[in-house]
Design a protein around this ligand. Structure first.
Ligand code: ZN
Length: 133
């Protein structure tokens, strides 16, 4: 069944999490440099947005290509697809529900893919700036 050892798989998952965190830190520090103030991972809000501008009612989500099934970069892990496929599909469905809920509460919701942050960083920051102006 499985080519990876448990240890290797754990390491892969840690790499993915580490990449997510790094992406959040990059975006947050760029926004800080622009003089913006915001909250992060506000758990009282649906979906626990990565960045929250309370006064402007804008929330930002940074979606990992892996966890959110990016159409360009996502690959289903070969190990244990029966576990991963439903789990990742649920993530995607949940993100839609979160968008819907937040918009209903009057929030502007911005979602960026990990690959946008990686390849179009300035554009991502600019879009955020425009939204919170
Ligand atoms: Zn992607």
């Amino acid at each position: 069944m499985d080519n990876l050892t448990l240890e290797q798989r754990k390491k892969n998952m840690q790499n993915i999490r580490y990449k997510d965190t790094k992406m959040e830190i990059l975006v947050r520090s760029a926004l800080h440099k622009k003089g913006l103030r915001f909250r992060k991972n506000l758990s009282k809000l649906s979906g626990k947005p990565d960045i929250v501008f309370s006064k402007k009612k804008v929330v930002i989500f940074l979606d990992s290509c892996f966890w959110h099934l990016c159409p360009y970069h996502h690959t289903i892990p070969q190990t244990n697809p029966n576990y991963w496929v439903p789990k990742l599909k649920r993530n995607k469905k949940r993100a839609k529900e979160v968008n819907y809920q937040l918009k209903k509460e009057g929030w502007t919701v911005l979602r960026f893919w990990e690959h946008q942050v990686k390849n179009d960083f300035d554009k991502v920051i600019k879009k955020i700036l425009v939204a919170v102006q």
